[in-house]
Design a protein around this ligand. Structure first.
Ligand code: ZN
Length: 298
């Protein structure tokens, strides 16, 4: 039986409801000094705005070593009623200091750790890639994530840097035994190239667009266009949407903006108006219920 593993336990994928597929409720990384956010009350405050905007679930992509707070996620879930899916795994190389113990942990030990976390409160295994390349640290994490996938069935969720290497990542994971249907690629909209996206989606991998509200880089209309182009190319079932509020200055509870609810309060209604409610339902409800669901292996 396929389930979605949340921090409060397994749920039927049909219970996931409208889902923000990529967020961070807690994060602290040496790659973004001064941008940490670790306060539980503020996390609850932000999460409540997302609930008020109509979300029923959230996937938190903060992996090991970066301020992830599983007990905090439990508290947020209990206080707001949001289904929260947490990540094990590792981020891309640049998020770990030179002396971080994860740098000298071999793949099999990493896999053990990932598997143990997936057996408890984590529902996805995350890895990260650098800009147009994989560092040795990242390659080791890929190996470990693939081993953890093989043993658990959990989806492998990948940070792409500026949306680069999507297809190469899918192929690399396939070579390690992870079928494309179990792969989710984040941030593909940072490289707003619908042709490349269609090629990657054709493998069966899921593409996540998570840049709404990043107005200094591109307008939301660019992302809507990508969604429309991918849907027209027959890949509506391969799309996820998230907000990826990965910095303190993006959260209203810390005096920033646009806030955790931006995707649901602003982007989703616009997508419904411009591209139709049926496509919105696929992207926010049906696709997450498929992409984040897995059948736990003994
Ligand atoms: Zn993120």
């Amino acid at each position: 039986m396929r389930i979605v593993r949340t921090v409060l336990g397994d749920i039927d994928p049909a219970e996931l409801g409208p889902c923000d597929a990529h967020e961070h409720l807690f994060l602290d990384t040496p790659a973004q000094p001064g941008e940490e956010f670790l306060d539980r009350d503020r996390a609850m405050e932000e999460a409540q705005t997302l609930v008020d905007a109509g979300a029923r679930s959230l996937v938190d992509w903060t992996p090991l070593g970066l301020g992830r707070d599983l007990d905090g996620l439990v508290l947020v879930s209990r206080a707001t009623g949001l289904h929260v899916v947490a990540a094990t795994g590792l981020h891309r190389d640049a998020h770990y200091t030179a002396d971080d113990p994860f740098r000298v942990t071999p793949a099999d030990a990493l896999a053990e750790r990932f598997v143990a976390e997936l057996a408890e409160r984590c529902g996805i295994v995350k890895v990260g890639a650098s800009y147009h390349r994989l560092t040795p640290f990242e390659a080791t994490a890929f190996e470990a994530a693939a081993a953890a996938h093989e043993r658990t069935g959990a989806p492998v969720c990948v940070h792409t840097q500026h949306g680069t290497m999507g297809l190469a990542i899918v192929e690399r994971l396939a070579g390690l035994g992870v079928p494309p249907v179990s792969v989710i690629l984040a941030h593909v909209d940072r490289n707003p190239d619908a042709g490349e996206h269609a090629e990657t989606a054709a493998t069966g991998a899921t593409l996540q667009l998570d840049g709404p509200g990043r107005t200094k880089y591109w307008p939301d209309s660019t992302i809507l266009r990508l969604v429309a182009d991918l849907a027209e190319a027959g890949h509506a079932e391969r799309l996820l949407l998230g907000g990826d509020t990965g910095r303190r200055n993006m959260l209203r509870a810390y005096g920033g903006g646009p806030g955790l609810d931006y995707v649901f309060a602003h982007f989703k209604p616009r997508l419904e108006r411009e591209l139709g409610r049926e496509l919105a339902h696929a992207i926010f409800v049906a696709n997450p219920a498929r992409a984040f669901a897995w059948e736990p292996r003994a």
